[in-house]
Each structure stands twice: as structure tokens, then as C-alpha cells.
Design a protein around this ligand. Structure first.
Ligand code: ADP
Ligand code: MG
Length: 367
């Protein structure tokens, strides 16, 4: 049974040390980062209110070993500003008992441990490393939905060694994604764009019999065209996805763009006719799930399809769910985050969840 973090559930841990696994895998300059940061603040505040000391755990980037470029120390400053509280940074080292002593003796309330991936055990999903991490706290909270699809020590093993809870943001992710998967209203529209078609196939497959239509743009649309034998010149497509999509090529629910904006020999955005068509289908929907920009929105002139689609989704009064790093960036750039029913903090984790896959970081919490 999954236990959720709540004021009531936390009472028995008053005064103890909580290990809070979050996702600070962010570039401080990106719009999306502010959203991910914001998502972890309520859990921190609840723990503080419960008089807990908090040790924040996160990975950042894919460093092979200690690489100062990927240090979490700049995030300590940023979090400090957000919380108006001092954060003590815990640098890399292997004396976890010593660290625990320091935390026990310290007057500080919040600690941030260095990038977990500086310890090779994290990515190796090592129980030995998870056990060392467990020394640092008395209970564990997973507030890192965006990392919960990973088999990493701090996500999928550490909860074995400590009493554990699902965090506030994790709970809200699960609730909203479950709504989209099981309590949706028709017409249900799935919109899939972005870069790698293969990453999106699970979601398309899961929703194909539930959705009324699946609108494709970006790399996935190009990949369908390629598989249909059309000449897409130098446009982005995903060769790995060609064999597995063969069986969907003539599916009536899948709607491909009918015109494009292109630059030289590359399709870079859906065209005006497609945009109008997609918007009108969005307008008629009662549930909308969107992942992946329908064009290279970073390049001027090719943001139009994605931006207009984002605005149409935001105008919809039904249940609207948006997720993915770049898709979220678009929503935040346009200031639409409060007009979307739920903006997920997850990219890969959301895609896995919406594919019906079990996430290791969530499954372990049920034990
Ligand atoms: P998300 O992060 O929202 O899950 P992805 O990572 O799958 O989305 O893909 C986002 C990227 O896909 C964006 O950087 C965007 O520029 C790119 N993209 C979308 N359509 C195209 C296209 N037609 N050509 C090249 N790149 C594209
Ligand atoms: Mg992305």
C-alpha cells in the first residue's frame, strides 16, 4: 500500500530527519526549471512545519564521475532564495556516518547533498550505496516524479531501507495522470510531437483504442511519412521507429499534418491548414493529452504551430494534460500554465506512466 505524505502521516516523524528525493536535474536558466523547482516547495514547507530536518537528494546531468560542471551547489543558492532559508551544502565524500553526525549537530534545517551521480552506485542501482544514503535520514519521501522511471539507487532501492512516503507533487502527478488514463471524457484527443518517435510509441499504443484521435506533428509525423514511403528529404525522423509503427500506418484515428512550414529541405512545423484543423479538433475535445512540440519552435518562424496549439489547448474547458520538457517550456513561455488543468513535471517518466508501465520509483513505495 502506497503511503502518502501528509501532515497527519508525518506526525510520528516530528523532529527527525527526512530524506527528500527531488528532481533538480535542471539548467537554472531554463523556464522549465522554475516550474520543477516550484513543484518541490510545498513538500519542503510541510516537512519544516513538522520540525523535520531535511536532506535533499537529487541527480543532475549524466556525469561519469565527480565533475564540477554538474555540481548541485548552484542549486543550493537558488533554493535558498526561493525558501528564504539557509541551505547547507553537503559536498562529495564517503564518510556517511560522519555526515550524519554533522547533520545531527548542525543548527541548519535544510541540507542539499552533492549530485548523487558523483557516486557510481547511484546509476548502478547499488543496494550498498542506497544503504549508505539511508544513514543520512530517518524516513524517505519521493518527490521526484520526473526521475521515478529510473532504476537508480536513490529512487528504486533506498526506500527498502527506510520508512517511505509518496510526496505531495508525486501524488498529484499520479492522480492527474490516472484521471487522463481512466476517467477521461470523450472526445479524447492525444497530441504527439517532439523529436524521437520511438519514445512516444508506448503512449500512442496505450491510447489508440481509448482516444478518438491522435494528432501527430514533429518527428513522429515525419517518421510516419517516411514509413508511408513519402519523400521527406532531410527532415527529422526516427529510423528505429519505422518497423514498430508499420501496423499503425493506416489507422483511421491517427491524423497526420496535411501541410507544412519548411526551410530548404526540412519540414520544421505544421502548416496553416493543419494548424486550423488541429485547433478545431482540440476545441471539440473534452480530454486532451499533449506531449511534444509540433515543430522546431526554438527557430523563429517555426514556433507558430506549437504556439497556436498551446493556446487552443489552454482555451479548452475540459481536462487538459501537458507534459515533457520542451512542451512545458512552450506553456511557460506563453504564460499558460494556470490555464492547463495539469502540467506534468515529467518527460520520460510521464511517457512511461501514460504507457501503462510500472515506474520502479513508485512500485518500491508500495512495499
Ligand atoms: P518534450 O521535451 O516536450 O517531451 P521532445 O524532447 O520529444 O519533447 O522534443 C522536443 C524537440 O523536438 C524540440 O526541441 C523541437 O524543436 C523538436 N522538434 C519538433 N518538431 C520538429 C521538426 N519538425 N524538426 C526538428 N525538430 C523538431
Ligand atoms: Mg525533451
Amino acid at each position: 500500500m502506497l503511503r502518502y505524505m501528509s501532515a497527519k502521516n508525518l506526525k510520528k516523524w516530528r523532529g527527525q530527519i527526512g530524506l527528500l528525493r527531488v528532481d533538480l536535474n535542471i539548467e537554472p536558466s531554463q523556464e522549465e526549471s522554475a516550474y520543477r523547482l516550484k513543484a518541490i516547495l510545498p513538500a519542503i514547507k510541510l516537512l519544516l512545519k513538522n520540525k523535520n530536518k531535511i536532506v535533499i537528494l537529487s541527480h543532475r546531468g549524466r556525469p561519469k564521475w565527480k565533475d564540477s560542471k554538474y555540481s548541485l551547489s548552484p542549486l543550493a543558492k537558488i533554493l535558498e532564495k526561493r525558501l528564504g532559508q539557509k541551505i547547507k551544502f553537503l559536498p562529495f565524500g564517503n564518510n556517511f556516518r560522519g555526515l550524519r553526525r554533522d547533520i545531527d549537530l548542525s543548527k541548519n534545517k535544510i541540507f542539499l547533498l552533492e549530485n548523487l551521480r558523483f557516486w557510481p552506485g547511484e546509476a548502478k542501482n547499488s543496494p550498498v550505496f542506497a544503504k549508505k544514503l539511508a544513514i543520512l535520514g530517518d524516513f524517505y519521501v519521493n518527490e521526484a516524479f520526473a526521475a521515478s522511471h529510473r532504476k537508480n539507487a536513490s529512487i528504486s532501492v533506498l526506500p527498502r531501507f527506510l520508512p517511505h512516503y509518496a510526496g505531495l507533487s508525486l501524488a498529484s502527478e499520479m492522480k492527474n495522470l490516472d484521471l487522463a488514463m481512466r476517467k477521461y471524457k470523450h472526445p479524447l484527443t492525444l497530441i504527439i510531437g517532439g523529436a524521437k518517435a520511438i519514445d512516444k510509441l508506448g503512449v500512442i499504443k496505450y491510447f489508440l483504442n481509448k482516444a478518438d484521435r491522435v494528432l501527430l506533428g514533429g518527428g513522429p509525423a515525419n517518421t510516419f511519412f517516411k514509413a508511408l514511403g513519402l519523400d521527406i528529404r532531410n527532415s527529422l525522423f526516427d529510423p528505429d521507429a519505422i518497423p514498430p509503427i508499420k501496423k499503425y500506418l493506416h489507422n483511421q484515428k491517427i491524423i497526420l499534418p496535411s501541410d507544412f512550414r519548411a526551410n530548404k529541405d526540412k519540414i520544421l512545423d505544421i502548416g496553416p491548414r493543419t494548424t486550423v484543423e488541429f485547433i478545431s479538433l482540440v476545441k471539440k475535445s473534452k480530454t486532451i493529452i499533449w506531449n511534444g512540440p509540433v515543430g522546431l519552435f526554438e527557430k523563429k518562424g517555426f514556433e507558430r504551430g506549437s504556439y497556436q496549439l498551446a493556446k487552443a489547448v489552454a482555451r479548452n474547458r475540459g481536462f487538459t494534460l501537458v507534459g515533457g520538457g520542451e512542451t512545458t517550456t512552450i506553456i511557460l513561455k506563453l504564460g499558460l500554465e494556470n490555464k492547463i488543468k495539469f502540467v506534468s513535471t515529467g518527460g520520460g517518466a510521464m511517457l512511461d506512466y501514460l504507457s501503462g508501465k510500472k515506474l520502479p520509483g513508485i512500485e518500491i513505495l508500495k512495499r
